[in-house]
Design a binder for this molecule. Structure first.
Ligand SMILES: Cc1cc2nc3c(=O)[nH]c(=O)nc-3n(C[C@H](O)[C@H](O)[C@H](O)COP(=O)(O)O)c2cc1C
Length: 168
């Protein structure tokens, strides 16, 4: 079984809550879970699977703590890692930049030799623009705690089931 860490950046705890729900669903794997404000390089390097979560702030900006960590993230050699992304956003209030923070993390990962898992069809969501969409799918799990809170638990459950085969 692969070793997993969930690393999240969260300004008002929504992404943290989602991270904790994901961790619970993956309890069999005993994942580590950490706030990106408190991570070390070693946290990224010692695990096989990285589950990275961020909210979007400003207009399409990466969550603050992730933004602060970004220069270090860019320098990490994550070759061979399996990576899954999740992003919190507001599809009604910020319909033109929905979960763009997840798009920013994805852009960084494109420069790295990683295997990305956990894409989600965008057709289940209502929004105008997102940098986190490629070919009709979100590059990870999009969640909207502001407008679709009731969909969060089932979306997490379905997503975790979809990524589990890649975690064995
Ligand atoms: C000032 C501000 C700006 C935001 N900008 C965006 C945005 O551009 N795109 C988006 O999808 N959500 C945006 N949001 C919504 C947050 O991403 C959303 O509320 C999220 O659940 C917050 O998660 P967190 O508590 O983990 O930080 C914004 C929220 C605030 C307060």
């Amino acid at each position: 079984m692969k070793s997993i860490i969930i690393i999240y950046g969260s300004s008002t705890d929504n992404t943290r809550d989602a991270a904790e729900q994901i961790a619970k669903k993956l309890a069999d794997f005993s994942p580590e879970i950490k706030d990106v404000a408190k991570v070390s390089e070693e946290d990224f390097l010692k695990h096989d699977v990285l589950i990275l979560g961020t909210s979007t702030m400003g207009i399409g900006d990466l969550q603050d703590d992730w933004d602060t960590y970004l220069p270090k993230f860019q320098k990490l050699d994550l070759s061979g890692k399996t990576v899954a992304l999740f992003g919190l956003g507001d599809s009604a209030g910020y319909s033109d930049s929905f979960v763009d923070g997840m798009g920013t993390l994805y852009k960084e990962l494109k420069n790295k030799d990683v295997t990305l898992i956990g894409k989600v069809l965008a057709s289940d969501y209502s929004f105008d623009e997102s940098t986190a969409v490629e070919g009709g799918s979100f590059v990870g799990l999009a969640l909207d705690a502001d407008n679709e809170h009731n969909k969060t638990a089932p979306r997490i459950a379905a997503w975790v089931e979809a990524i589990k085969p890649f975690l064995k």
